[in-house]
Design a protein around this ligand. Structure first.
Ligand code: PBG
Length: 344
């Protein structure tokens, strides 16, 4: 023992520490870092959300989301072909609805020829093997910008659910593979599952926005689908309080019991703890939505030269994998897929 202490003292004197464990050893070279790496981001992890607009040959920049455009149906088909070429498994569709077509009950949501349904049919015809995810909620279609029906200033739960079931069926008939309810009404997963099953659509999957928070990070998205100016008040009586974590578990528990095939947490980066808790607890396919505000923050900082945009994009997406996510909805999808394919 004396000898050991003596040795340690000598080493410390010559400037080196007597450490048996040196975590840096595994990090000393690229081959070693690759060898011990715990998580990898792949193209298979990506869902690409795209915005739809009326017209033909039309691509319209979304000013609050540099690099993102609203696409007419034919351009969306082109986007879908690009996604398939890149190996991206699925697209998520979000319509910008003509203001003239919006009304208090969001009736355009049930029109089998609405923009989303036309895009579903066109993309399915052109790229049948690409997964198509559709958003179930009334906000692109309501004149007040809320996800549900209103009575005075209240959002009605059960009456809204009845309409959402019909919206989901309309989308499934047009070719949606995955129904993704983002409305946060109580009981909607079970009602939509029953509605799909009764219509013989037992094959259509449900990705539940299980834990969707009333977030400031949706700002640019509301711009993109034109609900920002329309929205009266806020969505705090249905979307979750950002202060709550246990409540996300209770929400997810209900959705799993009601038949959700996949769970989603939204927004993403500020809620990585929620992703981890849901994954550990339910062992379900779990997704994170890197929402518009998260995307725009990275883009804006990169455009100003404040951060390395590509590195930040990859790091932010890898963080979702580390937190337990099986995949990520991200507006970076085509760019990151190109990058991942090039480095393969
Ligand atoms: C609407 C919906 C929203 C988003 C997806 N579906 C906005 C909202 O709840 O107001 C946000 C997506 C994003 O910010 O990228 N039900």
């Amino acid at each position: 023992r004396d000898r050991q202490i003596e040795m340690r003292e000598t080493r410390v004197e010559d400037g080196s520490l007597d450490l048996a464990k040196r975590p840096r050893r595994n990090r000393r070279a690229d081959w070693s870092r690759r060898l011990v790496r715990e998580n990898v981001l792949t193209v298979d992890d990506l869902i690409w959300p795209i915005f739809l607009i009326e017209g033909e040959g039309r691509r319209e920049a979304v000013s609050a989301m540099p690099g993102v455009e609203r696409l007419s149906v034919d351009e969306a088909v082109r986007g879908a072909e690009r996604a398939a070429r890149l190996g991206i498994p699925a697209l998520a569709l979000f319509p910008y609805t003509d203001p003239d077509l919006r009304d208090p009950t969001g009736s355009e949501a049930l029109n089998p020829d609405n923009l989303t349904c036309r895009a579903l049919r066109a993309i399915k015809a052109a790229v049948p093997d690409l997964g198509l995810v559709t958003d179930v909620a009334l906000d692109p279609y309501t004149s007040h910008g809320h996800d549900g029906l209103m009575a005075g200033d209240r959002i009605l739960n059960d009456a809204t659910v009845a309409v959402l079931v019909r919206q989901a069926l309309t989308q499934a008939e047009a070719g949606a593979d995955v129904i993704a309810p983002s409305d946060m009404m109580d009981g909607r997963i079970g009602a939509i599952r029953a509605g799909l099953d009764d219509a013989g659509r037992t094959d259509v999957q449900i990705m539940s926005y299980a834990a969707k928070y009333a977030s400031a990070f949706y700002g640019p998205f509301r711009d993109a689908i034109g609900t920002k100016k329309a929205l009266i008040g806020d969505k705090k009586t249905y979307q979750m309080d950002p202060a709550n974590g246990d409540e996300a578990i209770r929400e997810a528990e209900l959705d799993v019991a009601e038949g959700a095939d996949m769970l989603m947490v939204k927004p993403g980066m500020p809620y990585l703890d929620v992703v981890r808790r849901l994954k550990d607890r339910f062992r379900m396919p779990t997704f994170a939505y890197q929402v518009s505000g998260e995307y725009s923050m990275i883009r804006a900082a990169a455009q100003n030269g404040w951060i390395d945009g590509e590195a930040a994009m990859l790091e932010s997406l890898l963080a979702f994998k580390r937190a337990g996510a099986d995949g990520v909805l991200t507006y970076f999808a085509p760019e990151v897929a190109e990058r991942l394919n090039a480095s393969r």
